[in-house]
Design a protein around this ligand. Structure first.
Ligand code: NAP
Length: 333
């Protein structure tokens, strides 16, 4: 893909890594920064990266942001919010407004690549092969429903703009603060899981592998009008993540505690109520609890392999070790 690529959400975990990767490949990059964006983020200050400032509610500024670019990678979004309205504000409205701006100011855009989530489709019924792109969406959380609404909004508003949707499962790697919580528990010698931890399996993808998959989809003519899971070859068990972390974290014994589902929902209800009172998203609420207790957050890598030639190749042990060493260097763990 020649020409300038507009990246949204460039100050986030995946977005900042995405900008670095595109610049390293010699591609021209513009980032969209909101008035609320964290100032001084490394990606926005990178030499050679153009900065466009726009609120998603400001049609004129959005028009300037999308003008003249060849493609848009829309990574901006929210994974935590107090209620459905907060999720819609982060995951649906920006998609609609960006595409409306594209129609008016850049109708010849070569590709709009929307980063959605496995949560939009929902969990699998079994550990293998996992959900497929052709499965009927059945999100189990407000986050998942908002990502699905974002996909539907993209299809509705894209018009003649070629649209590609990429759905990652859990993404880990340098800069991630969510899975960091799991490693922090392990470092302290315990691991809490919700529901039936022994049975649970989840797809995971290293952030750099996800970026490779997104760029393959962006550059592929065939990917226009398509959707893909960019994911690990299979779902992993908690034990495998523990064994991947053990050599670096160095724990001898690890206490595994499977929190019974009613307890997880009880905690979720209480913390969710506090969040609504304070207006600050909780680590867990009833909605999040419903995500945590699912057995199989697994998606199939087959379509991306068949159509894009994408196969995740970083072994879990290697990816986790590199991530843990990064956390340690940065003083995060
Ligand atoms: N991390 C994962 O495991 C994972 C898994 C599946 C899918 N995803 C999807 O991947 C994308 C990036 O995730 P991430 O982990 O990099 O998230 P992140 O670190 O939270 O970054 C998201 C970025 O979105 C922008 N943003 C925040 N609030 C917003 C709002 N209310 N409206 C519009 N934009 C807002 C911010 O960037 P600016 O300030 O620069 O605008 C923020 O840095 C999201 O769409 C997420 O749903 C992530």
């Amino acid at each position: 893909m020649d020409g300038v690529i507009l990246v949204t959400g460039s100050t986030g975990f995946i977005g900042s890594r995405m900008v670095d990767a595109l610049v390293a490949q010699g591609r021209r990059v513009r980032v969209l920064l909101r008035p609320e964006s964290r100032a001084g983020s490394s990606s926005s200050q990178r030499a050679g990266v153009e900065v466009s400032r726009a609120a998603y509610g400001d049609a004129e500024a959005l028009g300037r942001a999308v003008s003249g670019v060849a493609a848009i990678i829309h990574l901006a979004g929210v994974t935590k919010a107090v209620d459905e309205a907060g999720f819609a504000q982060g995951n649906v409205t920006p998609v609609e407004n960006l595409l409306e701006a594209v129609k008016r100011h850049n109708p010849g855009l070569s590709r709009f690549l929307l980063v959605s989530s496995l949560a939009a489709i929902g969990p699998a019924a079994s550990a293998s092969p996992g959900v497929r792109e052709s499965d009927k969406p059945h999100p189990v959380s407000a986050y998942g429903r908002s990502k699905l609404l974002g996909e539907e909004a993209a299809r509705r508003h894209a018009g003649s703009v070629p649209l590609t949707i990429v759905r990652p499962p859990a993404v880990y790697g340098p800069g991630d603060r969510d899975i960091l919580e799991v490693f922090a528990m392990m470092k302290k010698g315990y691991l809490l899981s919700a529901g039936s931890g022994k049975r649970q399996r989840f797809s995971m993808i290293h952030v750099d592998e996800l970026i490779r998959g997104i760029v393959l989809a962006l550059d592929s003519e065939k990917a226009a009008g398509e959707d893909y899971f960019i994911t690990s070859p299979r779902g992993y068990a908690w034990d495998e993540v523990v064994e991947a972390a053990r050599p670096v974290l160095g724990f001898q014994r690890l206490v595994r505690i499977d929190l019974p589902k009613p307890l997880v929902f009880g905690l979720g209800a209480v913390l969710g109520a506090v969040a609504r009172l304070t207006g600050r998203p909780a680590l867990i609420n009833s909605d999040k609890a419903n995500e945590l207790v699912q057995d199989y957050w697994v998606c199939s890598p087959e379509k991306a392999e068949r159509e894009l030639g994408f196969r995740a190749s970083v072994p879990l042990g290697e990816g986790v070790a590199e991530t843990l060493r990064w956390y340690s260097r940065e003083g995060w763990l």
